[in-house]
Design a protein around this ligand. Sequence first.
Ligand code: ZN
Length: 453
Amino acid sequence: MTTLLIKNIHTLVTMDEARREIRHGALLVRDNVIEQVGTTAELPDTADEIIDLQDKHIVLPGLVNTHHHFFQTLTRVTPAGQNGDLFQWLTAHYSLWHKLTAAGMYYSSQMAAAELILSGCTTASDHHYLFPNDCVLDEQIRAVAEIGLRFHSSRGSMSVGESQGGLPPDFLVENETDILKDSQRLIEQYHDNSRYSMLRIVLAPCSPFSVSQDLMKESAAMARSYPGVRLHTHLAETKGDVEYSLSKFNLIPGDYAESVGWLGDDVWHAHCVKLSDRAIVQFGQTGTGVAHCPCSNMRLASGIAPIRKMLNAKVPVGLGVDGAASNDATNLLHEARTAFLLARVRDESAAVMTARDALEIATRGGAKVLGRDDIGYLAPGMAADFIAINLDRPGFVGTQQDPVAALIYCQTDYVDYSFINGKKVVDRGKLTTVELAALQEKANDMARELVMK
Ligand code: ZN
């Protein structure tokens, strides 16, 4: 057993039930779990390791990313995909993604995880839905475990190609029997439903325009036969997406989700920009979650998701940076700020979202969406996942009256410390678990293989 004391925290943002913000705060951690939360004066002054933050840092729960496609890190700002909407953008990328290899999966996953961690993320979900060449989900699981990010890895899939009326080319889709067999293998090999789990498996057929209704139903049945295996997909992302569902299934997206059994507190959908008012109510009543991806929605000209309406209807909402080919920044702190600004633009009201609302969606919101009750806030018994941001930086000058709000109002790029499961993964702004320069070089090599060949 080892203990860690973080003391002289300028402001400790607990996000606990009372949403306490503690001046001169301190945290005592035993192994991977928070033992005590309070002021520096209240907590013991001894521990195996002590970090004195000298009244300069805000500490808050690690942020949670609920939607991503790590492999897309290799195809950012692709010229052919720069100025298209969702379907044009996807079509421009499929032939590049078809060249993805297991090594590409490994390095892109670790690169994306590195960016996420540096921008405050301590738990992420990835949605990987294509398996050309020697690709297997095991590669991203290994890459993420090595860097130390808490991870929900989605076994995604595409099974309806162009010849069957789907969007992806036939050469990128898989046979549904193989998809289900591999899904079961991954659950049985890796899924850990215990408290403080560092790895859970999610089943995630890609989208209404790339899988069959049968695969949606069978994936749901399989996930529900194992404790804690959740379901994830894309839904109601754009106008074109709604039109596809109407023409192919004669259903709008919310009704489509209901028709395949994809409403419930074990399901979360990415985007939901075009979700109907009736579906928002249904999502709230059933506890169906939403991964809000504001940067991607702007980048692909998809629209603005009605987040305030969803929150009012008690829909669990978390943040997602989405894939790095449609953001193209993998920065969760930026995403929180963008969500905050965009909610105000959408409703033409500054009252619809406060800075603390944005922090809440990024922490507790994401934890709820991923079905976790051991992360998202700082209290005794919770996982030791937290980040520290030094206020002594140019962009924070003049923010003394409310430095917590400054995290959102002012642009925060990177964190100074990050602890995940009690382990220090960022120390004074540097990753401790991987050599970043070497990783960047390898990821760039992998990217070159996709775009230059
Ligand atoms: Zn996505």
